[in-house]
Write a protein that binds this ligand. Structure first.
Ligand code: ARG
Length: 586
């Protein structure tokens, strides 16, 4: 379905071509919802940049475009403002018709992409034998949202959980496991106590030279494929994954055991990475290590070219080597056309260097044929605005945090709606609201920024929060319940947009496809959150001004019910793309 916004876009491009030549056919008309509704519903800002290219005055270019613009039936008013903004007001009948058409559309106007691509999303990727902490929370939920949005667009999304399941620390962990004896070890290494287990073995390693020696020998055994050692190693992974999996389930993320392809998977592929760099004559030596210099742009603090180390002097491979092997695997075996890595911002340089190496070697075809994106994010801070820690300075366990969020959500819901306390529904609602609040707070934040973890704010029923959006959905549901109206009945009803609040709401509904596209393009979930918040706020204003069940007549009531239904469905779908459940009551 071709909605008014894409029609408008096409009309402006046609006018640009007519006014300024064929070369404009591929220029973005820079169409966006108007910053100030007084001027119009949409504005096209292309005249300014186009004028620069053509060496003409922006206002003249804008005038030429407007003169060539054919928007009969689409716009009721076209004006030029300021230096050359083209303001467009949509025709009311056209707007109504479009909103009517949404009622029968499960995707609410979002077209499936006509260029489906194979997209690999590398996210969560915690480390074995260490507990997931708040830092992993961000990768998990941001990556999951990206995977959901791209799936919704119609891309083939392959999730990859690049588990940190290999490295020299496993020698020490396995020896410690053996020293504890399997019964005790199982218990200690069980869910929730991975950190203690890790710390104890580290202490053991630091304090006991004999143990350290055994740990080093164990690494050799592990690397040479000793079967008994491998079995112990697999046991550690299984115990760890049990913990990760339980967190994934609570967080309502899509990751499954089948998405795990840990670092160890690429071990057999590492020698070839180094050999192939050698063949390309890109391998250099630096302080005994083998390195590649991906690009002159990477410099250390003394201005010297920065190497990507692929093999240590002792022959060991590194994180970067594994990432090169993983990228080659994703391209060749998974058929990836876009690869997205979700990690904290501190790894930005690592990925920039890996991507540059993939281009330099020709292992990856150039953009846009294959696109690599690192999706960096900031740190979660404690109330003191320092990286979030427990009172005694330890890492905050994710599971504890989620427990606390659910407990407080239950309190809040109980206060708000005491009847629910006895309904048996409370646990499920508290979980949707509590976990949803934590996820929403993370996703609604511009991801590159740090944010303060503040459960009170996250759980507030007012403001740009998860509970606010869930509550907006609940309020719409209650209208349908109160009125004894079947929501499914709204399809095909006539929509009238007489009140400005109705019109504003309809315009919001129109923005949805553009928002979905922008989230996927910029890989920024907060754009979706901001939209849903604006939608809920526009709904709120509509609700204050426009009685629904007590509307003036049956036609108006039907029309308003349609708007209610569409908003509810958009909230539900939007929250689903964020990985947040709606509830029927709260
Ligand atoms: N395990 C890593 C960490 O905890 C993240 C891995 C991200 N993915 C990748 N392909 N390097 O920092």
């Amino acid at each position: 379905m071709n909605g008014p916004v894409s029609q408008l876009r096409e009309a402006v491009i046609r006018a640009m071509v007519k006014a300024c030549g064929e070369s404009c056919a591929r220029i973005d008309p820079l169409l966006s919802p108007s910053a100030n509704p007084q001027f119009g519903d949409y504005q096209a800002n292309v005249a300014m940049s186009l004028a620069k290219q053509l060496g003409q005055k922006p206002r003249d270019v804008a005038q030429k475009i407007v003169d060539a613009l054919d928007v009969a039936g689409l716009c009721s008013q076209v004006t030029i403002a300021g230096p050359g903004f083209i303001n467009l007001r949509l025709d009311d009948a056209c707007l109504s018709r479009h909103v009517e058409s949404l009622t029968g559309d499960g995707r609410l106007g979002v077209e499936r992409t006509d260029e489906p691509r194979t997209v690999v999303v590398d996210y969560s990727s915690p480390n074995v034998a260490k507990e997931m902490h708040v830092g992993h929370l961000r990768s998990t939920i941001i990556g999951d949202c990206i995977a959901r949005v791209m799936t919704f667009q119609g891309h083939k999304v392959i999730r990859q959980n690049h588990l940190g399941d290999w490295g020299t620390q496993f020698g020490m962990l396995i020896e410690h496991l053996l020293d504890l004896g399997s019964g005790q070890a199982q218990q200690d290494a069980s869910i929730g106590d991975l950190n203690t287990f890790y710390q104890q073995s580290k202490q053991h390693f630091d304090a006991d030279a004999d143990f350290a020696q055994r740990a080093r020998q164990r690494v050799v055994k592990l690397q040479s494929g000793d079967e008994a050692t491998l079995a112990l190693w697999r046991n550690l992974i299984a115990v760890s994954y049990e913990h990760f999996g339980s967190v994934y389930q609570r967080l309502n993320v899509l990751l499954e055991p089948g998405d795990v392809r840990g670092e160890s998977f690429y071990n057999p592929l590492l020698p070839a990475v180094v050999q192939d760099l050698e063949k390309l004559d890109l391998l250099r030596e630096s302080q005994g290590a083998q390195v590649v210099y991906p690009d002159d742009a990477f410099k250390d603090k003394d201005g010297q070219p920065l190497p990507l180390i692929v093999r240590k002097s002792d022959g060991g491979y590194l994180y970067a080597t594994t990432d090169l092997a993983a990228a080659r695997f994703r391209l060749a075996q998974l058929g990836a056309q876009r690869v997205i890595y979700v990690t904290d911002a501190r790894q930005a340089q690592h990925f920039a260097m890996v991507f540059a190496t993939l281009r330099k070697t020709g292992w990856a075809p150039p953009t846009p044929e294959v696109r690599f994106d690192h999706v960096p994010f900031g740190t979660i801070l404690g109330p003191d605005r320092k990286p979030f820690k427990t009172r005694d300075g330890g890492t905050v366990r994710l599971a504890d945090l989620l427990d606390e969020a659910e407990r407080r959500a239950a309190d809040a819901v109980r206060r708000k709606n005491p009847e629910l306390a006895s309904s048996g529904e409370l646990d499920r609602i508290a979980s949707a609201v509590g976990i949803g609040a934590v996820k929403y707070a993370d996703l609604s934040n511009d991801r590159i920024k740090d944010y303060v973890f503040d459960l009170d704010r996250m759980l507030a029923f007012e403001g740009n929060t998860g509970p606010y959006l869930q509550n907006a959905y609940v309020r719409i549901q209650s209208i349908f319940r109160k009125g004894g109206v079947d929501r499914a009945m709204s399809a095909g009803q006539a929509v009238m947009l007489d009140d400005p609040a109705e019109r504003t709401l309809a315009l919001k509904l129109l923005q949805w496809p553009g928002v979905v596209e922008a989230v996927a393009e910029h890989l920024e979930p907060h754009r979706l959150c901001n939209f849903l918040y604006d939608l809920a706020s526009a709904y709120h204003q509509f609700y204050e001004k426009c009685p629904v069940l007590s509307a003036a007549d049956a036609g108006q009531k039907q029309s308003r019910l349609v708007l209610c239904d569409l908003v509810a469905r958009m909230l539900e779908k939007g929250l689903e793309l964020l990985g947040i459940d709606v509830v029927e009551q709260m």
